[in-house]
Design a protein around this ligand. Sequence first.
Ligand SMILES: NC(=O)c1ccc[n+]([C@@H]2O[C@H](COP(=O)([O-])OP(=O)(O)OC[C@H]3O[C@@H](n4cnc5c(N)ncnc54)[C@H](O)[C@@H]3O)[C@@H](O)[C@H]2O)c1
Length: 253
Amino acid sequence: MTEGLPSNLADKVALVTGAASGMGRREAELLAAAGARVIVADILRDEGEAVAQGLRDQGLSARFHELDVSGEAGWADLAASIASEEGRVDVLVCNAGANGSAAPDVLSSDLMEKLIAINLRGTMLGVQAIRPLMGRGASIITTGSICARVGTPGVHMAYHATKGAVEAFTRAAAAEYGPEGIRVNCIHPGVMPPMRDRQGASHATRDRLIESIPLRRIGEWDDVARVVLFLATDAAAYVSGTAIPVDGGFLAT
Ligand SMILES: NC(=O)c1ccc[n+]([C@@H]2O[C@H](COP(=O)([O-])OP(=O)(O)OC[C@H]3O[C@@H](n4cnc5c(N)ncnc54)[C@H](O)[C@@H]3O)[C@@H](O)[C@H]2O)c1
C-alpha cells in the first residue's frame, strides 16, 4: 500500500528505532519502499532480523542492528557501525517506546524509571549519538503521544510526562540544529493498535473510544507511517520544531 507516496528517498539512509514491530515496523517499510537504505534497530533480535530480511526479500535495502535505546554504549556501537557501513544518517525516527497502559499503579516507581529510560532518555541519547552523522537536509522525527497533551486515566502518569518532555525536547533540538540544516519534528499518535486489540477491552469501551474521535475510527499504523514519511522527505523542507497529532481529530475536541 505505497501508491501515491513520495519516493524521493533514494540513497538516503534512514534509522528507525523500535522497528521490529508495530508502528516502527510500518515506518521502516514505507521509508524502504521510498528508496531509503533502512537500519532496523530494536531490542528484539529475531523479530528485527525478520523485518530487515522481509524488506530485502522485496528487493529493498535494510539491515538489522540490535539496540537498547536506553543505553549510551549501545548508541555508540550503532553510530560506529553506521559510520563504517553507510557513512551518514539522513532520517532518524525515534519510535521505540514503552507502554504505560493498564498499569496496576499509575505512579509506580519501577515503571516510572523504565518509561523515562526508554521513552525520554532513549530519544535524547539517539539524537546525541546520531546527530554528528547528519548533515544539511536531514530530518529527525520523535514519537510523542496524545498523552503529551491530555491526561488519560489508567495510563501511567510517567508515560504522559515522558511524551510531553519528548515534545519539549523536539522544540529545543529544532532550535539548536536548525542552523545546521537539520529539521526536528514530533508526531503524536492517537488511539492506535495494539490498543484496539487490547485484551479485556469490551465492545462498550471500544465504542466509547471511537465516539471520542471525530473521524470515528481508531488509527492504523499506516496513518502514522505516512506522516513520518512526509516529515522525512523534502516535501516537509520548511517544517521544523512542530508536533503533529495523528489522532483523527481527538485533540481538537
Ligand atoms: N499504540 C498506541 O496506541 C500509541 C499511541 C501513541 C503513541 N505511541 C508511541 O508510538 C511508538 C510505537 O508504539 P507501538 O504501539 O508501535 O509499540 P510496540 O510495543 O508495538 O513497538 C515498540 C517497539 O519498540 C521496541 N522497544 C521497546 N523497548 C526498547 C528499547 N529499550 N530499545 C529498543 N527498542 C525497544 C519494542 O521491541 C517494539 O518493537 C511508541 O513510542 C509509543 O509510545 C503508541
